[in-house]
Ligand binder design. Structure first.
Ligand code: 4NP
Length: 158
């Protein structure tokens, strides 16, 4: 296929739990569909606390368990992202409020809730950072699989 790549950015509060899983799963999904040359994919944080860090070990473990390769580090969203990316996904309502506040007027990116593409209707990708176990990370993985497929089925109609 010729033409410009479509660009997707996954956002959460810290960029060490949910958005790395969403990014990794979305990348794997497009790879498996032989669409990787058509997509530019990244993730970023609302906050700056974890900039430069690898994901939380439970996020890395969950991705390893499901053969999702991941080698990215946390960064904070910048205002240029809102004109570079076509789609910016938040994980919960708080992310969406923060994204809307930061988006420069008239910027290009569509701000979307990732969970809106879940055919099972589980809209919120809950923050598992403060959990005492890894169950929330597995759930985030499963939601990301469904939402990645659901979004890719709809993307040409958006
Ligand atoms: P994430 O989880 O937004 O899914 O990466 C969090 C990670 C760190 C913090 C909050 C949420 N924190 O407050 O440091």
């Amino acid at each position: 296929m010729s033409g410009e790549k479509k660009k997707a950015l996954f956002i959460c509060l810290g960029n060490i739990c949910r958005s790395p899983i969403a990014e990794g799963v979305f990348q794997k999904t497009v790879n498996d569909m032989n669409l990787s040359d058509q997509w530019e994919i990244d993730s970023a944080a609302i906050g700056s606390w974890h900039v430069g860090n690898s994901p939380d070990w439970r996020a890395l473990d969950t991705m390893k368990k499901h053969d999702v390769p991941y080698d990215n580090h946390a960064r904070q969203i910048i205002s240029e992202d809102f004109n570079h990316y076509d789609f910016i996904f938040g994980m919960d309502e708080e992310n969406m409020r923060d994204l809307k506040k930061r988006a420069p007027k008239g910027s290009k990116a569509k701000l979307l809730m990732f969970g809106d593409f879940d055919p099972q209707g589980d809209r919120i990708i809950r923050d598992p950072y403060y959990d005492s176990d890894a169950k929330g990370f597995e759930k985030c993985y499963q939601q990301s699989v469904r939402c990645s497929k659901g979004f890719l089925e709809k993307v040409d109609t958006l």
